[in-house]
Design a protein around this ligand. Structure first.
Ligand code: CS2
Ligand code: FE2
Length: 360
C-alpha cells in the first residue's frame, strides 16, 4: 500500500514537496498537469518534467489526479471522438512515463460542491461544509461567488472562474442527458480507452460523485454500491476501477463503506483510496472533520480493516483536512491536518497488520 499526498504543483500549491517528504510513511504524491485544459492531450515531456520535479524531492509520482474528462464526452456529443483520441494520447504518454494510476470523475460540469469552505469549529479550526438546504435555494452561477470568495485565491477543481461564462451554455447542453445516457457515455469512453490501459497497465480509478446525489438538477451516476457494481460491469477489464472516496460515497449515510469495500464485485477494482471523515448535523448537512473516528460519523478503523482484509495493495491518501494552526492553503489541502491524517491512518494500518493472527 502506497501512502501519498495530493500535490497541485509548485504554481498551484502552498505545500512544498520537501515538506511532504518529511511526513513519516509517505512514499509519493498524486499530482496533475493543472494547466492543461480538459480535452487537450498531455505531452510526454510535460509529464516527465513533473515526474522529475517530484523525484528530485525524493518522492515517487505514484498517480495522476486527474486527467479530467471533457464535458462533450460526458454529454455524448459527436465531438467526443476527438477528445477521446486526445485522452488516449495522454494515457499513452503517461504509460511511457511509467505512471500507472489515473483518478478521474464523470460528474457533469462541477467537481465536489460545498456551501462553506471555511466554517469555524469551536476549537478554532476551519473546515469545509455542505448544507443541502442552501444548495436547493441557489443558482449555480451564484455558487461561483461563494467558492471564489472563500477559496483564498486558490482555483478549485471544476470551479475555475473562467468557467462561469460557459456554465449556462453547458446546462443547456446537458438538457436531455439522463442518468442512463450518462452511464452509456461512460461505457463508450471506457470501451475506447481500455485497450490503451491494458497495453500500458494503467489503472483507471473513477472517483465517486461528491456529494453522492444530483446537484442543480444535473444527473450523477457514481453514487452508491449498486452504481459501482453496475459500472464495474460496463467493461470487465481490471483497469476499469475505482477511487474509493469515503467522504464522497459517505456523504450519503445509506452507503455502508466497509461493506462496499468488501463487496467482491467491487473490491478488486479499488485502485485508489481517499480516506477522510465527516460529521453530520442532519441528512445532507455535514462538515469535514479531522480523520479520527471519534470526531466524525465514520468508523475509520472498520474502513481501514476492510481494506486490509481484502488485501488492498494500491494507492491511499488522506483526503480533505481541516485548516489548523493558522495555515493558509487551498481549502481541504493544508499540510498540517493531512499530515496528522497520515500518521493516524498509518497507525491504524500497522495495528491491524500486527494484530492479524494469520500474519503470526
Ligand atoms: O475532493 C477532492 O478534492 C478530490 O477527491 C476530487 O476533486 C477528485 O480529485 C476529482 O473528483 C477526481 O477527478
Ligand atoms: Fe475524494
Amino acid at each position: 500500500m502506497d501512502m501519498t499526498l495530493r500535490w497541485f504543483g509548485k504554481k498551484h500549491d502552498s505545500v512544498k514537496l520537501e515538506y511532504i517528504k518529511q511526513i513519516p510513511g509517505v512514499t509519493g504524491v498524486v499530482s496533475s498537469l493543472h494547466d492543461v485544459p480538459a480535452g487537450e492531450p498531455w505531452k510526454l515531456e510535460d509529464i516527465l518534467e513533473l515526474k522529475k520535479e517530484v523525484e528530485k524531492a525524493g518522492l515517487k509520482l505514484i498517480g495522476i489526479e486527474s486527467v479530467n474528462i471533457h464535458e462533450d464526452i460526458k454529454i455524448g456529443l459527436p465531438s467526443r471522438e476527438k477528445y477521446i483520441e486526445n485522452y488516449k494520447i495522454s494515457l499513452e504518454n503517461l504509460g511511457k512515463a511509467d505512471v500507472h494510476m489515473v483518478c478521474y470523475n464523470f460528474m457533469p460540469i462541477f467537481d465536489w460542491t460545498r456551501t462553506e469552505l471555511a466554517k469555524q469549529l469551536e476549537d478554532g479550526s476551519y473546515v469545509m461544509a455542505y448544507d443541502e438546504n442552501i444548495i436547493k435555494g441557489i443558482k449555480p452561477e451564484t455558487m461561483f461567488e461563494r467558492m471564489e470568495k472563500e477559496s483564498g485565491g486558490f482555483i478549485l477543481p471544476g470551479w475555475e472562474p473562467n468557467r462561469r461564462d460557459e456554465i449556462m451554455d453547458l446546462f443547456e447542453k446537458y438538457k436531455g442527458v439522463t442518468k442512463e445516457k450518462l452511464m452509456e457515455n461512460l461505457k463508450y469512453f471506457l470501451d475506447a480507452i481500455m485497450p490503451v490501459c491494458e497495453k500500458y497497465q494503467i489503472k483507471m480509478a473513477l472517483h465517486p460523485d461528491d456529494p453522492a446525489w444530483s446537484v442543480f438538477g444535473l444527473p450523477r451516476i457514481v453514487t452508491s454500491e449498486k452504481a459501482l457494481e453496475e459500472i464495474a460491469l460496463l467493461n470487465d477489464s481490471i483497469y476499469n476501477g475505482f477511487t474509493l472516496c469515503t467522504g464522497s460515497l459517505g456523504s450519503n449515510l445509506n452507503n455502508n463503506l466497509p461493506q462496499i469495500i468488501r463487496n467482491p464485485k467491487i473490491s478488486n477494482r479499488i485502485h485508489f483510496v481517499h480516506l477522510r471523515n465527516m460529521k453530520f448535523e442532519s441528512d445532507g448537512v455535514f462538515y469535514e472533520s479531522s480523520h479520527l473516528s471519534c470526531d466524525g460519523n465514520f468508523d475509520m478503523y472498520e474502513i481501514v480493516k476492510a481494506l486490509y482484509d481484502i488485501g488492498f495493495d494500491g494507492v491511499v491518501r488522506p483526503d480533505h483536512g481541516r485548516m489548523i494552526w493558522d495555515e493558509q492553503a487551498r481549502p481541504g489541502y493544508g499540510l498540517y491536518d493531512r499530515a496528522l491524517g497520515v500518521a493516524y491512518l498509518n497507525g491504524l494500518w500497522e495495528a491491524i497488520r500486527k494484530n492479524d493472527k494469520s500474519n503470526k
